[in-house]
Structures are given as C-alpha cells and as structure tokens.
Design a protein around this ligand. Structure first.
Ligand code: 13P
Length: 255
C-alpha cells in the first residue's frame, strides 16, 4: 500500500460469464457495502454483453462496473468494437486498456493503448492501463526497461491520480499460479512509482498502481502489504464471489 491512496480491487472476467454469472455480481455488490470494505473500492469488469445489466443490478451498491477494452473512436464503422462513450452510457466507471491479452491477441501497441486511454478519459471514465514483462524479458533482465517503455508509451499526458490507474501484470504470472517474489514486486512497483513521479509530480505520487497475476485469497494480504501496491487486478479468482470478496477483505485488512 501507499499511505493516503485508497486501494482498488478490480476483477477482470475476460471472455467469461453468461447471464447466470450475474449472481456473482449481485453477491459482490452486497458485500461491497460491508463496513469492513469501506476503506477500499471494488470494481468488476464483466464482458460487454453483461455490462449494462450489471450496472443496473449494482447501482445502489458501492460496487463499480467497468469495461475490459474500448475502441479509440467514439462511434463509427468498426464492426464488433465498442467505444468508451458506450461504456459510459451503460454507466460504467472504468475501462481496462492494454491488457497483455489484447496486446498479444490483437497486436495492440503502446501507441494504440495510449490512444485508447485517451478515449477513456475523454468519455469521463477512468483508465486502467496494463503493463508487464514477458517471461523471456524477465529472464533476460529487461523487466524495468520494459516497464519504463510501456509506461511512457501507454499512459497519456492527460493522466491524473483521479482518472488513471496503472496495473502491473507480469505476463508470466497471469493465469499460471506463479507470482513474483515480494522483492521483485517491491522493486517493480517502486520503479513505476519513481517513473510516475518523475513525469507527473504530485499526481504520480498519488496514482494507484495495482498488482495483477494469480492474485488469490491466500496471497492477497501479502501482496497488498507491499509498498506502492495499491490494490489488485484479479482474473480467475474474480469469477467466484467468495474468492473475490475474500481478496477484497484481505486488501481492506492491510489498508
Ligand atoms: P489471473 O488472476 O487469472 O492470473 O489473471 C490476471 C489478469 O490478467 C487480470 O487482468
């Protein structure tokens, strides 16, 4: 954690979840109003097909709902895409951009991610900008270089502590059950903090930096206790209400 930063626990459902998963949304929404979770923000990013129903279900709760990606434009001839404006219209609060699966599956570059982040902010939403090194990059000692390049290339100059969240997700830790050591997470997050402060000053000091990659109920408290880790971006464990709520509770317990 970073003193004075309100933690965010975000769930990314990826291409999972049909209508019967809305019960998970409801359970997490109910839990989000617990006193024990008053010190954190919780967010679920279901697939676009469920977004509007999810925001409707949760409008009276503290749980936020977001999108997983958006196009750079507001509207137009882009079959299959959705815009940040559409997510805003569905009452979403955040949009994840630059997830490593988008970078890999759809060839998204830092420049494209920055444009998407820009579109998110232009729609009045908050961008969660994902960065992280591959296994090969880590093994060859390039982790910090990769983070520096991705931060510079993917985060827009319009970023503030209010409108932008950074999510550090080592690609090799996603969906594998592998988690970097406490020392490695500490080093990466301290490095990102220094980069953000160098670029944005005070805003960089206050910007949330999430950790993502195999966050589970049994490792969340340890990961969230690390300096400059201001919450989590959770994949698989966010599909199960009990697990996601346990991660929220673990985060709140060290906040
Ligand atoms: P897992 O928590 O399943 O490793 O996924 C992390 C992730 O990619 C969240 O965006």
């Amino acid at each position: 954690m970073t003193p004075n930063i309100r933690p965010l626990v975000a769930g990314n459902w990826k291409m999972n979840g049909k209508r019967d998963a809305l019960g998970v949304v409801k359970q997490v929404a109910d839990a989000s109003d617990r006193d024990s979770l008053s010190k954190i923000d919780a967010l679920l990013c279901p697939p676009a097909t469920l977004l509007y129903v999810a925001t409707t279900l949760t409008e009276d709760s503290a749980l936020n709902i977001g999108g997983q990606d958006c196009h750079t434009n507001k509207s137009g001839a882009h079959t299959g895409d959705i815009s940040a404006e559409m997510i805003a219209d569905c009452l979403g609060s955040h949009v994840i951009v630059g997830h490593s699966e988008r970078r890999t599956d759809h060839g998204e570059t830092d420049a494209m991610v920055k444009e998407k982040a820009h579109a998110v902010l232009a729609s009045g939403l908050k961008a969660i900008v994902c960065i992280g090194e591959t296994e090969e990059e880590r093994k060859s000692g390039k982790t910090l270089d990769v983070l520096k390049t991705q931060l510079a290339g993917s985060v827009t100059d319009k970023a503030t502590a209010e409108n932008t969240v950074i999510a550090y997700e080592p690609v090799w830790a996603i969906g594998t059950g592998l988690v970097p050591s406490v020392e490695d997470v500490t080093e990466a997050h301290a490095f990102m903090r220094a980069e953000l402060v160098a670029r944005f000053g005070e805003a960089g000091q206050n910007m949330k930096i999430l950790y993502g990659g195999s966050v589970k109920p049994n490792n969340a408290a340890e990961l969230m206790s690390i300096l400059n880790v201001d919450g989590a971006l959770v994949g698989g464990a966010s599909l199960k209400a009990d697990d996601f709520i346990a991660i929220c509770e673990a985060t709140a317990s060290v906040a």
